[in-house]
Design a protein around this ligand. Structure first.
Ligand code: ZN
Length: 316
């Protein structure tokens, strides 16, 4: 196996940098290649301020050894390097783009497009399954959950769902989106994929890192790549409908709930006030469900997220 300039033989563990044409910021990767088996891809830092996944991926790359691996594990702990090193809140430094909205990217595009194109050509081309580690952005707080994509090939959907079942999160979201996001694009391209959301606010904790690592290990065990516990660890509720409330204008934001709390139709989720303290918008819940994440910075940007909540599945 060869990724960029790095050659990886069976029984080897190698590190390298993903070549991105015409772009200085090359994502670091580690490949752990054991004997025959499936190839799993794990990425983090597509959004560079989402730290628990980045730290979990760094540690997994250190911990896994070829002797434990049946197949191959490719780990990219930090996809958006330039954003991380300029401490942007999850956009690519050179072009200001959200990397998770540009997949499959373009070789002749701007920095984000080129990075996405390199991930697709060098990594998706080899992956039998894909896990993308995220969190709330630096200004967001979040209750852990995982996404898989619904409207794709039935077998890909079922395998993705089984991957999500191995995540230690109370809620799953079946996305209806097959474009833009890395895992959405990968799923539509036939690679069973999930996105795990855990943590936020520009923080990371030992507990979150261990949870992320355990999730990844269970999914790898499900595919027979690792030995170990491969069964689901909890009951989960699947949301097929999520309401993403975006701000009608910029201002100060005063949320009323915490992620993980139940909300009811008509509840005030938060208020936007102007710089004189006057309420200019009240965000109300459109149905009954659970708050998955919300902005927690005082700053609220027009068109940016206020809150997102899953709606309970219809009875019967
Ligand atoms: Zn993210």
């Amino acid at each position: 196996m060869r990724i960029g300039k790095t050659e990886i033989q069976a029984g080897e563990k190698r590190t390298g940098f993903l070549p991105v044409e015409g772009n200085g910021a090359s994502p670091p990767f580690t490949v752990i290649r054991g004997g025959e088996g499936k190839t799993a891809l794990v990425t983090a830092g597509v959004h560079n301020a989402e730290y628990p996944g980045i730290q979990a991926a760094i540690e997994l790359a250190e911990e896994l050894v070829p002797e434990q691996v049946k197949g191959t594990v490719i780990i990219v702990p930090l996809v958006n390097v330039s954003g991380f090193e300029r401490r942007t809140m999850s956009t690519v430094y050179e072009d200001g783009k959200n990397l998770n909205r540009v997949f499959p990217g373009a070789v002749l595009g701007t920095a984000a497009d080129r990075t996405a194109a390199a991930v697709v050509s060098e990594l998706f081309s080899r992956a039998d399954c894909y896990i993308d580690l995220h969190a709330g952005d630096g200004y967001e707080d979040l209750h852990p959950y995982a996404y898989y994509v619904g409207p794709v090939d039935k077998k890909v959907r079922e395998t993705s769902f089984q991957m999500a079942r191995r995540v230690n999160a109370e809620y799953l979201v079946e996305s209806s989106c097959t474009t833009g996001g890395a895992y959405n694009y990968a799923s539509a391209a036939g690679i069973p994929s999930i996105l795990i959301e855990r943590g936020g606010r520009g923080l990371w904790s030992r507990e979150e890192v261990e949870e992320d690592k355990n999730d990844v290990r269970r999914v790898l065990s499900y595919f027979g790549i690792l030995e170990g516990e491969a069964e689901p660890v909890r009951e989960q509720t699947v949301f097929r409908e999520v309401v993403y409330e975006n701000a009608p204008e910029s201002g100060c934001w005063y949320p009323a709930f915490r992620p993980g709390e139940r909300v009811r139709k008509g509840d005030t989720l938060g208020e936007i006030r102007d710089y004189f303290g006057r309420t200019v918008h009240v965000c109300t819940a459109k149905g009954d469900g659970v708050l998955l994440y919300q902005t927690v910075s005082l700053t609220l940007l027009k068109g940016g997220p206020m809150a997102a909540y899953g709606l309970w599945p219809e009875e019967g």
